[in-house]
Design a protein around this ligand. Structure first.
Ligand code: AMP
Ligand code: ZN
Length: 468
């Protein structure tokens, strides 16, 4: 809002509430979307790493003009089309190891809340009905333009009221749109129709996060008009300052242009995942600060891949070395050197991340530690466990915050074991369906002997570890 870095002071001491504008689900997720959602994932991960409890909400725009248009083109039902791409989006985010939001409110499930919100705006004199819907009267909200710095007079000159639009002023925007024949629609005090785009975020964010919260974000293209309009509606309605800090991500660019559906210059996450691992995509994205533009090139991703492999190698080297380490009765100069490099790198990492989540700057100490570890292992015949542990701990922090190196830090044995138990549960329930209770019971009994108790609950069979 102030167009400069601000000291971050959350509204509540140890909790941060954040809202990120989610996708309009009518097509596959591309790298541009992924960049934005990975950026917010790392912001969230870092805040959690620092000990905050984060409550994160992300909406799904599952009804809007673009969805209706696409559905008309393909002959699908708009609801089914949105459902399909919503599911794909969640799959893509999971593949990219983006932690899920706590709440994913969808427009079509909050129509009543939206109607209530519009009604309040009407009562307060900010909204008016017209032949084709309900509009927000921008000039009534004095602070319009405070985020994007648009000037209302300039804005008026730049836009026209299109034929068929029932708004009074060119700058006004729709809160509710009357349905045209054949379009999806809901009952409302202003006739059958659907919400305008911006109102969903005002309604659903305040419903779940309260009238004021800490962080709101999205890509740069949302600053105007989307976020400007969201602010106008919400603050007009509540009379309070709505959002404390705004975060906007830079675009993924292809040959100087924004990666977008409309330009056709996009690469989908699904395509990319066939060629690169999710961690390579994350690493590529995080090599730039979230506010900077990010050029998509094959060489760029390849470069990220090579760098990431170097780091994997280092972690692997540490692991191998740790199998034959010496009990650290003494530390020599080499151990102190490595220790100091790690200590300083950790400080630099936190300084970079504390400085507006500067992941680009945070990369430098990562490579410093990797280089120092490799040099240490080459030089020292009998490495000391204690100092290698410090290096591993450093990489574990990176893993947690950046969402990379996961393979090295999850308890591989445990997850395999868990997968095997799940498999046995499936087999057992198939056996029960076939009325083969004898074998089903045998599975249960033998698992019990191994310290795994199965319990049949309304949500299905669950398992617990027990002390036998
Ligand atoms: P949309 O589904 O178009 O509303 O986009 C979902 C989110 O992705 C929004 O926050 C957009 O700003 C963001 N986004 C779309 N294209 C790009 C891009 N090329 N680079 C970065 N973010 C993007
Ligand atoms: Zn929004």
């Amino acid at each position: 809002m102030t167009k400069q870095k601000e000291e971050f002071k959350p509204l509540r001491d140890d909790e941060i509430r954040m809202y990120v504008c989610g996708p309009t689900v009518y097509d596959y997720t591309h790298l541009g979307h992924a960049r934005t959602y990975i950026a917010f994932d790392v912001i969230r991960r870092y805040l959690e790493h620092k000990g905050y409890t984060v409550l994160m909400v992300m909406n799904f725009t599952d009804i809007d003009d673009k969805i209706i248009r696409r559905a008309n083109e393909t002959g699908e039902d708009p609801k089914e089309l949105a459902e399909k791409f919503l599911k794909y989006f969640l799959e893509d985010m999971k593949a990219l190891k983006v932690k899920p939001a706590d709440i994913y409110p969808r427009v079509t499930e909050h129509i009543q809340d939206i109607i209530e919100f519009v009604r309040k705006l009407e009562e307060k004199g900010y909204a008016y009905g017209s032949s084709d819907g309900v509009y927000f009267e921008v000039r009534k909200y004095e602070k319009y333009g405070k985020l994007s710095k648009v000037n209302l007079e300039d804005l008026r000159k730049g836009v026209r009221v299109e034929p068929g639009e029932g708004k009074k002023n060119p700058e006004d925007f729709a809160l509710w749109k009357k349905a045209k024949p054949g379009e999806p629609k809901w009952e409302s005090p202003w006739g059958e129709g659907r919400p305008g785009w911006h109102i969903e975020c005002s309604t659903m964010s305040t419903k779940y996060l309260g009238e004021s919260f800490d962080i709101h974000g999205g890509g740069n293209d949302l600053i105007f008009p989307h976020h400007e309009n969201e602010i106008a509606q919400t603050e007009a309605c509540t009379g309070k300052e709505w959002v404390k800090y705004w975060f906007h991500t830079g675009f993924v660019m292809v040959s100087g242009e924004k990666m977008s559906k409309s330009l056709g210059n996009f690469v989908t996450i699904r395509e990319l995942l066939q060629r690169y691992s999710p961690e390579v995509i994350r690493f590529f994205v995080l090599q730039k600060h979230y506010r900077s533009p990010l050029d998509y090139t094959e060489e760029g991703i390849q470069h990220a891949k090579n760098n990431l492999e170097r780091l994997y190698n280092t972690i692997e080297n540490i692991r191998i070395a740790m199998e034959k380490v010496e009990v650290p009765f003494k530390w020599e100069k080499e151990e102190f050197e490595l220790y100091e490099t790690i200590r300083d790198a950790k400080k630099k990492l936190y300084e970079a991340m504390d400085d507006d989540f500067n992941t680009a700057e945070a990369m430098k100490p990562i490579f410093e530690v990797a280089n120092a570890v490799n040099a240490y292992l080459t030089k020292v015949e009998k490495p000391k466990e204690s100092v290698l542990r410090k290096a591993l701990e450093f990489f574990r922090i990176i893993s947690e915050v950046f969402g990379i190196f996961e393979e090295y830090f999850k308890e591989a044995k445990e997850t395999k074991e868990e997968e095997l138990i799940e498999l046995l549960i499936e087999v057992r329930s198939a056996l029960r369906k076939q009325k083969n209770f004898e074998l089903a019971d045998k599975i249960r009994a033998q698992l019990r002997e191994l310290g795994i108790q199965l319990e049949d609950t309304p949500q299905g069979t669950i398992w617990k570890r027990i002390n036998v």
